[in-house]
Design a protein around this ligand. Structure first.
Ligand SMILES: Nc1ncnc2c1ncn2[C@@H]1O[C@H](COP(=O)(O)OP(=O)(O)OP(=O)(O)O)[C@@H](O)[C@H]1O
Ligand SMILES: [Mg+2]
Length: 511
């Protein structure tokens, strides 16, 4: 009988043989270990989810795979052959493409040039602009983006710029595509179109790595999921049977149920409307093409949530309050006095602080964390000569408060993980307590635990009497701590929720 048994699973093992394998990879930056003896493998035609807390090592692992960093120890095998990529260009030449967490596009170049960055179609050695523009328009169209390919990339919204970056890598013909948090700047429909494009690539036999803090998305698209924690690999598991709570437990290992619960899509009860002092009031505010007829009051010690889809006008309203957009009509009053901020400097002086949604624009990666934090307040740090002493001390306190890790204000901000850079941006606004704090997507790119920490911090500021405007396209973020919620759609307020039960579904109904 034994002789009739088939050869030991030779066929299925080749089908499962990884197209790419990282073995025992260790990476140190200075004294810190970013990756400790990590194994990772990618199979042909799979979508492999990669998750872990902020700073766990996800981006670093993928940067090793795509030639940005060289490992200190360990090996990389591509289709069974040992390789060593000296640069991203080398990895690209071997079919490995990566969409970085930080945008790497060129805002001053045209959209078409960005789609074909480094691989312009030529005819007889000459770049064929017409063919390039047509191909770019077609590829972007398939991702649902209808734009003039001749326009500069910088003229697009952050989400659309991200789509261009995605198109660049997805249509480059790479057999291995790494997507590092591609959806955090995308709207719901944009994310859906990206997932459809990922499914098409997979059907064509490509292998994809998908990094995201949106665990539902990872569970929805991934075949297998690898969890990193504190620079080490915890596990690689088949998706079947996994739950969000299980993933959180593997990632964080604490309060998993409570954390999963606090982000559940179930309804919450908003408190009875408070009678705090009115700090900010808007009446009939209008900026043509952005928003119209915006009226609301914001009270001391209140968190007012603004929910809407990308392009609903929330960011423009925030910019109007911060002196970056001049409204065509309507009034703004602060503490009962009419104001008309025309510069950010003026808004800051009035006590208005704004955490922008675009951290890539607000962080100075080559400067230390403490400089990034004190930049918003140089005027308060006395005197024409900058003394780093007090700056560092203040920054150290804010770094502790926001939970930036590593908690060292002397590190370069660009060397922190994506989620920790976001915390630095928040820390910047906490050095001087504002009257009005406007937070635009404050938890974007953060892991579940860090989101909770930031929302707890916002709650503490509210208890100190700060009036807070919390803008988000994620219903969970708005539902977590808001006292009242306004829903916006196409530049108008479509619904106010106050003193009642509200759910994710109800919010989305009016968006
Ligand atoms: N170029 C660098 N120089 C010094 N330290 C670095 C550098 N790049 C990353 N690190 C450190 O390595 C660790 C892992 O960072 P990594 O960016 O891989 O985290 P991540 O899992 O992608 O986190 P996030 O979800 O926040 O993006 C962090 O402690 C980070 O500060
Ligand atoms: Mg990262």
């Amino acid at each position: 009988m034994a002789s009739l048994a088939p050869e030991p699973t030779a066929v299925s093992s080749t089908a499962d043989a990884p197209i790419l394998r990282l073995g025992g990879v260790t990476k140190r930056f200075g004294g810190a270990t970013a990756l400790d003896n990590v194994d990772f493998d990618l199979r042909p035609g799979e979508i492999h989810g990669l998750i872990g807390e902020n700073g766990a090592g996800k981006s670093t692992l993928m940067k090793i795979l795509s030639g940005v960093h060289a490992p200190d120890e360990g090996e990389i095998a591509l289709r069974g052959e040992a390789v060593r990529f000296a640069s991203p260009a080398e990895a690209k030449a071997r079919g490995v493409g990566m969409i970085y967490q930080e945008l790497s596009c060129m805002p001053q170049l045209s959209i078409a040039e960005n789609v074909f960055l480094g691989r312009q179609p030529t005819s007889g050695g000459v770049v064929s602009w017409k063919a390039m523009r047509a191909a770019a328009a077609e590829q972007l169209g398939s991702l649902g983006l209808k734009v003039d390919p001749r326009a500069p990339l910088g003229s697009l919204s952050l989400g659309s710029q991200q789509m261009v970056e995605i198109a660049r890598v997805v249509f480059s013909g790479a057999g291995i595509v790494v997507l590092d948090e591609p959806t955090s700047a995308l709207s719901g429909p944009e994310s859906e179109r990206l997932f459809a494009a990922m499914a098409r690539l997979k059907a064509q036999g490509a292998s994809l790595v998908f990094i995201s803090h949106f665990l539902e998305d990872v569970l929805a698209v991934a075949d297998r999921i690898t969890v990193l924690k504190n620079s080490r690999k915890v596990a690689t598991l088949a998706n079947a049977g996994l739950t969000k709570a299980k993933l959180i437990e593997l990632m964080i290992g604490r309060d998993a149920d409570a954390l999963a619960e606090s982000y559940a899509a179930t309804g919450i009860d908003l408190p009875p409307p408070a009678a705090g002092k009115t700090v900010l009031s808007l009446r009939g505010l209008e900026a043509p093409g952005s928003f119209s007829d915006i009226s609301f009051d914001l009270h001391a010690g209140e968190i007012l949530g603004l929910f809407g889809n990308l392009g609903a006008g929330m960011t423009e309203i925030a910019r109007a309050l911060f002196g970056q957009v001049v409204p065509a009509a309507g009034e703004i009053a602060l503490d009962g006095k009419p104001i008309r901020p025309r510069t950010t400097r003026e808004s800051k002086r009035l006590g208005i602080a704004y955490l922008s949604e675009n951290r890539r624009k607000t962080i100075f990666p080559r400067h230390e964390v403490y400089k990034n934090i004190s930049l918003a307040h140089l005027d308060t740090l006395l005197g024409p000569v900058l003394r780093p002493g007090p700056e560092v001390a203040i920054a150290r306190e804010q770094v502790g408060r926001t939970g930036v890790r590593p908690a060292n204000p002397l590190l370069n901000a660009g060397n922190l993980s994506g989620g920790n850079q976001q915390k630095v941006v928040l820390a910047k606004w906490l050095t001087k307590r504002p009257k009005v704090l406007i937070l635009n997507e404050p938890t974007r790119g953060m892991d579940v635990g860090a989101k909770r920490e930031v929302l707890d911090l916002v709650k503490a500021l509210k208890a100190e009497g700060v009036a807070i405007l919390l803008l988000s396209t994620e219903p969970e973020t708005v539902l977590a701590e808001s006292d009242r919620i306004l829903v916006l759609s196409r530049g108008r307020i479509t619904r106010e929720f106050a003193g009642e039960t509200v759910s994710k579904d109800r919010l989305m109904e009016f968006a």
